[in-house]
Design a protein around this ligand. Structure first.
Ligand SMILES: NC(=O)C1=CN([C@@H]2O[C@H](COP(=O)(O)OP(=O)(O)OC[C@H]3O[C@@H](n4cnc5c(N)ncnc54)[C@H](O)[C@@H]3O)[C@@H](O)[C@H]2O)C=CC1
Ligand SMILES: O=C(CO)COP(=O)(O)O
Length: 341
């Protein structure tokens, strides 16, 4: 039985805390709001993020970061990508010996184009960082919290650390695989959110399954194109953290990215969509980061490009789909294997 600190008491942090608590670990969950922490400790609920779900009693929440991490053998970071540097800045002051950090967030930082494991390594000194492990895959919090069958992948340059984290999380409802390709695992998880926005947008416009299948397939092609260019193993994109997560995010009503795209497709403005959601929609910032990175690296990403124009340049949703359909003709498979279209 381990002591595990989970930083981020939103949907995914709370769902992962449930998995860990089901496995018998002592879980300390860090939240920002006093009322939410009281609700978790006294009523064993987190109604805003996981309505109707009863939380195990071995999850104890706190607003005090030092309290949360002081006994922790492992720290699981599950705040939005935007908050990572701020949270790591606070965490650095609370650590005195090396600890394994697991992160389960999905994004790329605009401006630096860093993956989250790179941000962690930048912000935490080696003296307090044992290993970084990424946890990713097709896993909506709503289903994980109901103990529905789910599979994820953990990845690290230190495979012993990845296996330790596999042991920590795995149970009969939550099957955990390992993969040494950190770059591919992180990029697959981050970039699929862009395509999910596109799938929602297409559904919002009233287009059908043909359009969605096209977005998923051609989306995977551009994810793999950027990913392999950045050093990922192409095979990772046919796994759980590639096509697996792409399918679940593009087809599930649980997906915040899909829902945001859907509202955009129905004509809502981005700022109203984000306000309406009240939860993180990682795909918006990731679209900006991936668009800029693809320009810098000269990697063609047509879906990302039109999504960027919809989000940041007022392009209409229908016009975006028309633009994709009217691109100059190209090969299909060559496009992936030669990394050029
Ligand atoms: N919800 C899901 O099913 C899944 C989410 N993820 C990823 O997990 C990450 C977190 O997502 P969710 O939990 O769903 O988001 P959420 O919107 O449900 O919750 C985010 C939580 O982070 C907290 N937070 C925000 N800024 C913070 C800051 N500066 N300091 C401390 N806490 C802060 C919020 O108060 C909230 O409790 C995202 O990167 C998302 O892509 C990954 C897999 C599944
Ligand atoms: O990453 C997820 C499922 O694997 C969650 O996706 P959303 O952030 O779109 O809800």
């Amino acid at each position: 039985m381990d002591n595990v600190a989970v930083l981020g008491a939103g949907s995914w942090g709370t769902a992962l805390a449930i998995v860990l608590a089901d496995n018998g670990h002592n879980v300390s969950l860090w939240g920002r709001r006093e009322d939410q922490v009281n609700e978790i400790n006294n009523d064993h609920k987190n109604e805003k993020y996981l309505p109707g779900v009863e939380l195990p009693e071995n999850i104890q929440a706190t607003t005090q970061l030092n309290e949360c991490v002081k006994e922790a053998d492992t720290i699981v970071l599950v705040t939005p990508t935007k908050a990572m540097r701020e949270v790591l800045g606070q965490l650095k002051n609370e650590l005195s010996s090396p600890v394994t950090i697991v992160h389960a967030s999905k994004g790329i930082e605009p401006g630096t184009y860093k993956r989250i494991s790179e941000i962690i390594e930048e912000e935490l000194p080696e003296s307090v960082l044992d290993s970084v492990v990424v946890l990713s895959g097709p896993s909506h919090a709503e289903e994980v919290s109901l103990r529905q069958p789910t599979t994820v992948t953990v990845s690290s340059v230190n495979m012993k650390a990845a296996e330790k984290i596999q042991d920590l999380f795995i149970n009969q409802n939550f099957r955990v695989y390992t993969n040494p390709d950190v770059v591919g695992v992180e990029l697959g998880g981050a970039l699929k959110n862009i395509i999910a926005l596109g799938a929602g947008l297409s559904d919002g416009l009233g287009y059908g399954d043909n359009a969605k299948a096209a977005l998923i397939t051609r989306g995977l092609a551009e994810i793999a194109r950027l990913g392999t260019h950045m050093g990922a193993n192409p095979l990772t994109f046919s796994g759980l953290t590639g096509i697996g997560d792409l399918i679940v995010t593009c087809t599930s009503v649980h997906s915040r990215n899909w829902r945001a795209g859907n509202m955009l497709g129905k004509g809502m403005k981005l700022e109203d969509v984000l306000e309406n959601m009240g939860m993180v929609v990682e795909g918006v910032r990731t679209t900006q980061a991936a668009y800029e990175l693809s320009k810098r690296e000269e990697v063609e990403m047509p879906i990302t490009q039109v999504l960027y124009d919809v989000l940041f340049n007022n392009k209409g949703a229908k016009q975006a789909v028309d633009d994709l359909m009217q691109r100059s003709r190209t090969h299909e498979v060559e496009d992936v294997s030669s990394l050029k279209s």
